[in-house]
Each structure stands twice: as structure tokens, then as C-alpha cells.
Design a protein around this ligand. Structure first.
Ligand SMILES: CSCCC(=O)C(=O)COP(=O)(O)O
Ligand SMILES: [Mg+2]
Length: 244
């Protein structure tokens, strides 16, 4: 049980509000299926060009032009992007460029109704309770802000997006670095100690605690086993959070 009298809650997505299996077994396969067709249809658009810059940076280059300088044709450049995205997904690397691109690709799935985000059943009631109590509830996920918004707008419990007052992704900073949580606390305009961060990843919770936030470790069905909780209080459901 976590007793929390602070003002804000910051939530992770995968392994915390939704299952790892949903992301791996439903959302990633959608991207793999649509990746090449999406790259071909969106090639040259400003929104994809922005993402290609992130992808090149993640790969250690200053620009997309530099990263693809050995590719003679646009098709060869697309193939490089496709191969790199597939490699990152295979290794589950939460790289900013991949996550931004996934967000662009998932849009069609959420718009058509093929993708419906499966959040854990205790999540909607908890969000209602926290909002009714005047708490400021926000999301911090490796998934892009655009993807987060589509995700919560289209869930198995309806549109949960209005429950959130803010969204952060890795463009704010890496999830395992304390500075990211200081930046987010500044954006809440609260002292970090007024914010409870919930995640399935101990290294993320360590970083949040270093920044001064309260923390809770989520044990959800299908999460990777945690060998050492490192002092973070564990919960299996948001029902185990008592607010005051
Ligand atoms: C709408 S977010 C999709 C899930 C995802 O791709 C992801 O990487 C989530 O990671 P998290 O930081 O929420 O554990
Ligand atoms: Mg997570």
C-alpha cells in the first residue's frame, strides 16, 4: 500500500497502466506490418523528416544526410531506415526516433479502430478518483507524446485522455536520468516531493527518487521479474494507492 498526500501523479505506460504483452504482441506487430508502406507514402513530408533527424542522431550522426551519405537512391535510404527500426524493435531499444516513428504509424491504426489500447481494469477508476481529489495526473513514457495521446483517447475503457494534464516523452530527457524528473517537476510547478512516479522499471524509479519524487514499483501480470526493488514500495494495482 502507498499512502500519498502530495499533489501530482506521474505514470509510466508499458508495464504500469497497460501490459507489456499488449505493446509487444499488438502494437509492435502493427508497426512491423506497416513500416515500409508508411515510409514510402510519407517520404519527404515535414513530419517524417523531423523524425528522420532523431533516427540519425540516435545512430550517432549529426544529420539524416550524413547518416545516409553512402545510399545512392531514396529507396536505399528508406531501406536503411526500415532495417534500423526493425533492429531497434527486435532489441526493444526505446530510442527517441523509433518511438516518434511508431507514433506516426500507429495513428492509422487508432483512427481505423484496429488498435484499441488495453489498459488494466483498475486504471480508469483510479484516474477518476485522483482527478476528483484534485490531483494533477500526467504521463511520462518512452512512447512519443503523440502516441500517448492516441493511446489514451482509444482505450478498452473509452476516452481517458481528459484525465491527464500533461505528457512527457524522451524528448524531455532519458527516463533513467534524474535531471528528466527535475525538468518534469518544474513543469508541474511542484516540488518533486509532491509527485508520485509509478513505473515497472527500478532504474527509472531510482532516477525519480534521486530527483526527490515519491515512487511506486508496479508489479503487473507479464512484467519482467524484479530481482531487487531497491527500496521502492511495490503495488500490483492502482487500488493500492491511498490518497489524501
Ligand atoms: C503509447 S506508448 C507505446 C508503448 C511504447 O512503445 C513504449 O515504449 C512504452 O514504454 P514505457 O516507457 O511506457 O514503459
Ligand atoms: Mg514501463
Amino acid at each position: 500500500m502507498i499512502e500519498f498526500y502530495g499533489r501530482g501523479l506521474l505514470l509510466d505506460i508499458e508495464g504500469t497502466t497497460a501490459s507489456v504483452a499488449f505493446v509487444y504482441d499488438v502494437m509492435f506487430p502493427f508497426v512491423r506490418r506497416e513500416l515500409d508502406a508508411y515510409l514510402e507514402s510519407a517520404w519527404g513530408t515535414p513530419e517524417l523528416e523531423l523524425v528522420l533527424r532523431y533516427i540519425a542522431q540516435d545512430a550517432g550522426s549529426d544529420s539524416f544526410a550524413e547518416w545516409t551519405q553512402d545510399d545512392a537512391t531514396e529507396e536505399a535510404k528508406r531501406q536503411r531506415v526500415s532495417a534500423e527500426m526493425t533492429r531497434l524493435m527486435d532489441d526493444d531499444v526505446k530510442a527517441t526516433g523509433l518511438k516518434q516513428l511508431q507514433g506516426l504509424i500507429w495513428k492509422a491504426g487508432f483512427d481505423s479502430g484496429e488498435l484499441v489500447a488495453a489498459v488494466f481494469d483498475d486504471v480508469p477508476d483510479a484516474l477518476e478518483r485522483w482527478n476528483a481529489a484534485g490531483k494533477d495526473v500526467r504521463i511520462y513514457s518512452s512512447g512519443s507524446v503523440a502516441a500517448q495521446k492516441m493511446f489514451f483517447e482509444h482505450t478498452n475503457h473509452g476516452n481517458l485522455l481528459p484525465m491527464f494534464q500533461g505528457h512527457y516523452d524522451t524528448t524531455t530527457g532519458p527516463k533513467k536520468e534524474a535531471q528528466s524528473y527535475r525538468t518534469i517537476a518544474g513543469d508541474f510547478d511542484f516540488e518533486p516531493s509532491q509527485i508520485l512516479f509509478l513505473s515497472d522499471v527500478v532504474a527509472e524509479l531510482d532516477a525519480a527518487r534521486e530527483a526527490g519524487m515519491r515512487t511506486g514499483l508496479c508489479y503487473r501480470p507479464g512484467n519482467a521479474p524484479v530481482e531487487n526493488a531497491n527500496g521502492h514500495t511495490a503495488i500490483e494495482s492502482f487500488d493500492q494507492i491511498s490518497i489524501g
